[in-house]
Design a protein around this ligand. Structure first.
Ligand code: T1G
Length: 698
């Protein structure tokens, strides 16, 4: 027996206790321990076996850290078959989150009982794979084809009540898993309950799997695992035996296991957990965080206030006038209405948040006692300095002064206060109560416990918090500006905005760069270009003016009904705006450019090479601590397809030498834009990868 599984005998019941914190992942020791436990129970004449987990949960799945490594010991699918084949009655008592291989072990047990708070599911699609230990064959046998398909292709967790109604579990009972499990096992023995193998149940009903497959593939926008799951459940319905179905499941599982998408999604799984763990914050306690203030109740300020209110933090919203403050309250109430509609909050909570937790103010003195203030006013340095000067005067000692600026120099903002160590950038993404990303911008003098408090806030708001250094655009917007430029250059050289948008949505992006520009508002980019031209651009930098002409005509995208696309009220998405092509053709003629054809593949290759190159500069300069910080920024703030893991994970899979070659080829045409990142050249020269850097810096 391994220590990972505890063994005890209570009367006729052999009790196997999983003890592999934090989540009883089904690693080598657990699998071997379970096998030995079952065999011992059978040899020692037990009549039943109880399996349960110590700590916060029953098995939360296979041990993901073992993926890609040579497998040791008994295979999980074989272990499940062995448990199911046991002549004894096997009972699983579920608590916490019985997920993936964990639910598969439970389904290979003959009876399942759960505590009311238990949750269960087969979330393997979120890792780019499918349930590979019988889940696609056993779940439909107990829950039916439709229910199983919905759970497996979505990876959704279900609660104990829903699981009982679906036939996934047999009983719900209050108490500790060991106790309710023992009582249930004894009850089954007392009633001579039969050994009941799910695998021996009739095959699930067949449905039109091809239709479901096509619909799932379309919905996945290029992600393979959900659609592949449909084929595995199809095998459960169409195979002549469980063995045949399991064999097909294994084939499909290995196909996905060997896929790039599996690498991308496992990278995303561990990176979103690693990104908020910084070595320098080890042992650094965050400051008190019991109340916050927000200055500026526009879209961003109202979104930030909403996120804070929903996390349980009271908010003081400061605006210049009563009307503006009431308007801000209106926006916040509108955001909270959405949460009410989705059942996230109750009517009573809505009232408590809008009438008690939210306080409106027009006097800075109202901020004198809050622990943290987030400024979300107009994106102008002079305005920021006035606001921070006033905050410096009124806020209590130890209060944190944060700016939601998305571009401006946080060091310069900090320098206009007497307490730069208390100043930090907290860059939210619109809508701030929805978007998961939070860039925590650390200025030169920001104190470590202020940084720690930024991450604490991020955790409370359920954000993916990424540490960023100070530079123009921090991590995300700086990289965006570069790959957006690459797209603009391709337009001048012959590609169309619509071909580019299509090529990138086919690559997996939620939206193409020009549809995103229309959503964000073309006036934002226009203001930025004007600022840059005023500051003086390098004469070698290619500049395009056709968009400015659209803006001069008042076309700012979705908010004006016309931009790159034309938007009709009540209709999703837009149709290409023919005026854009005319403006582009005119600019090419004016610049003497003979347009050429671009393939979708070339568009993606150049776009990604520009993104990776700038990202490598951001890591090389220390603006981002690790490559995974960039990957999480692009995943959670810029619609980068999760199944590709992020731009730097994609580059590792693609081959850094290949990406560097694209950059160098670009430099033959434009050596100002395509300047290879020193870090990228170094990694290629040394045969190393971005993942190596992640490992070295975690
Ligand atoms: N394997 C290894 N480590 C795991 C793990 C797993 N399955 N699940 C969690 N961890 C680590 C995690 O990295 C973190 O480590 C710590 O545990 C706490 O996790 C054949 C092949 C269970 C809901 O997909 O969804 O079974 O950062 O911070 O927010 O079909 O973890 O502290 O070092 O997330 O409370 C299927 C994945 C596997 C579930 C808990 N199972 N885990 O959430 O804590 S594939 C899953 C989760 C499979 C079979 C296939 C969540 C959680 P560290 P945490 P949490």
């Amino acid at each position: 027996m391994t220590d990972a599984i505890g063994y005890e005998r209570i009367g006729d019941v052999a009790v196997l206790k999983a003890q592999n914190p934090p989540v009883n992942a089904l690693g080598f020791d657990i699998r071997e321990g379970l096998l030995a436990g079952i065999e011992r129970a059978e040899q020692e004449g037990a009549k039943a076996v109880l399996i349960y987990g110590e700590g916060r949960t029953y098995f939360a799945g296979a041990d993901i850290t073992e993926f890609g490594k040579p497998l040791r010991g008994i295979f999980l699918p074989d272990l499940c078959n062995r448990i199911e084949a046991s002549p004894l009655i096997v009972v699983s008592a579920l608590h916490g989150t019985a997920l993936g291989g964990g639910l598969e072990v439970a389904l290979s047990s003959h009876y399942r009982i759960a505590v009311p708070s238990a949750r269960m599911g087969l979330p393997e699609v979120h890792l780019g794979i499918l349930p590979g230990a019988g889940g696609t064959q056993r779940l439909p046998r107990v829950a039916g084809t439709e229910k199983a398909l919905e759970m497996i292709t979505s990876g959704r967790q279900v609660g104990a009540k829903e699981a009982l109604e679906a036939g996934i579990i047999d009983k719900i009972s209050e108490g500790e898993p060991r106790e309710i499990g023992l009582a249930y096992a004894q009850e089954l023995l007392d009633h001579d309950a039969p050994r009941r193998a799910v695998g021996e149940l009739p095959a699930p009903e067949a449905i039109n799997f091809d239709a479901v497959y096509e619909a799932t593939l379309k919905k996945g926008r290029g992600q393979l695992s959900p659609a592949t799951c449909v084929r595995a459940v199809q095998a459960a319905a169409e195979s002549s035996s469980l063995e045949e179905g399991l064999k097909r499941e294994r084939e499909l599982f290995m196909e996905l296991m060997n896929s790039d998408q599996r690498q991308g999604m496992i990278h995303a799984f561990f990176s979103e957990r690693a990104v908020s763990k910084l070595p320098e914050l080890k042992g650094v306690a965050p400051r008190e965080l019991a109340s916050i203030g927000v200055i500026g109740g526009g879209t961003m300020g109202a979104g930030i206030a909403t996120a804070a209110l929903l996390s349980g933090l009271p908010v003081v919203m400061l605006e210049m006038t009563e009307e503006a403050a009431e308007a801000a309250k209106g926006r916040i109430a509108g955001n909270l209405q959405g949460a009410l509609k989705r059942g996230k909050i109750s009517e009573a909570q809505f009232t408590q948040l809008t009438e008690e937790a939210l306080t409106l103010a027009t006097d800075y003195a109202a901020l004198s006692d809050v622990d943290l203030v987030i400024e979300a006013v107009f994106e102008e340095m002079s305005v920021k300095k006035v606001v921070f000067g006033k905050l410096d005067a009124v806020c209590k000692k130890g209060a944190i002064l944060a700016s939601n600026t998305s571009y401006l120099d946080v060091n310069e903002i900090a320098a206009c206060t007497s307490r730069p160590e208390d100043v930090i950038g907290l860059h939210f993404f619109s809508p701030a109560h929805v978007m998961k990303l939070l860039e925590i911008v650390v200025a030169d003098k920001t104190a470590l416990d202020v940084v720690a408090t930024g991450f604490e806030l991020g955790k409370r708001l359920k954000k993916i918090s990424v540490r960023a250094g100070v530079c123009d655009g921090f991590i995300g917007n700086r990289i965006l500006a570069t790959y957006r430029k690459a797209a603009d250059h391709m337009i001048l050289d012959g590609a169309s905005p619509y071909q580019i948008d299509k090529a990138l949505t086919d690559f997996g992006f939620a939206m193409g760069p020009f549809a995103v520009a229309d959503l964000a508002g073309l006036d934002i980019g226009w203001a930025m270009r004007k600022r840059k031209r005023a500051e003086g651009m390098d004469p070698r930098e290619r500049d395009s003016s056709y968009v400015d002409k659209m803006c001069e005509a008042g076309n700012f995208g979705q908010k004006t009904g016309k931009g790159y696309y034309i938007y009709e009220a009540g209709k999703r998405g837009g149709t290409p705006n023919p005026e854009v092509s005319d403006l582009i053709a005119a600019e090419r003629a004016e610049k003497g450019i003979t347009p050429r054809a671009f393939t979708d593949e070339e568009i993606v290759t150049r776009y990604m090479a520009a993104m990776v190159n700038e990202a490598a500069k951001v890591v090389g300069e220390g603006i981002a601590r690790r490559p995974l910080d960039v990957d999480m920024t692009l995943l959670f703030g810029y619609g980068f397809p999760r199944y590709r893991g992020g731009p730097l994970k994609w580059a590792d899979i693609e081959g850094l030498d290949k990406v560097l070659a694209t950059i160098k080829a670009g430099a033959e045409e434009d050596d100002y834009f395509w300047q290879p990142a020193p870090l990228l050249e170094e990694l290629v020269a040394e045969g190393r990868s971005f993942d190596d850097l992640n490992k070295e810096n975690s």
